[in-house]
Write a new protein. Structure first.
Length: 187
């Protein structure tokens, strides 16, 4: 807001004194503190790459110990275990067929990186093939209040196309990971 501009707000009488007190406070010290992002710990970064490293490492070891056929079978299991639940999630979202295909294709790859998830890919594809219109932004709160509104409103469907394939991919990562690791442990 520009200096000297007026702002009108309606607040409850019980809040007026507290608001006046906050306005009079010196906020120059607080603003930099809330404007900076704390650094991500190296332990957290390492943990994010641990599962992908474990899966890829297990596939390599399986290939060395049991041969390329066993490694290929485990890789195929990984692709299907990630792709199918993610695609099912996109289907539950009533996503566009290209979004469903992108869920199947993206999940096995995005499960191996903590940087991007399958939901990011599917939401992007859904927005590109069925973009929401202004009316849906205007009715989003009403549509959000009803179960069917989530599927009727294209903006909310983008959210579903983000959430449900990502959830499916997460389930698939655990299913595929357990299978690959158990294959590594058992001769």
């Amino acid at each position: 807001m520009a200096a000297g501009a007026k702002l009108v707000a309606v607040v409850g009488a019980g809040h007026v004194e507290g608001i006046k007190k906050r306005i009079r406070e010196d906020h120059s010290r607080a603003l930099p503190a809330i404007s900076t992002f704390p650094p991500v710990s190296s332990a957290f970064k390492s943990l994010g790459w641990a599962i992908p490293a474990l899966i890829v490492g297990a596939l390599i070891v399986i290939g060395i110990q049991k041969g390329s056929t066993a490694a290929g079978a485990n890789l195929l299991y990984w692709i299907l275990a990630n792709g199918i639940p993610s695609a099912l999630g996109a289907m539950l979202a009533w996503a566009h067929p290209l979004t469903i295909a992108s869920a199947f294709a993206a999940a096995p790859v995005t499960s191996l990186t903590p940087v991007i998830g399958a939901g990011y890919v599917t939401a992007f594809v859904q927005v590109m093939v069925r973009p929401p219109v202004v009316r849906e932004f205007e009715t989003v709160t009403e549509d959000m209040a009803s179960f069917t509104g989530w599927w009727r409103n294209k903006l909310l469907r983008v959210f579903l196309a983000f959430l449900l394939p990502g959830l499916g991919s997460m389930i698939g990562t655990w299913i595929g990971g357990v299978k690959i690791l158990s294959s590594l442990m058992h001769p």
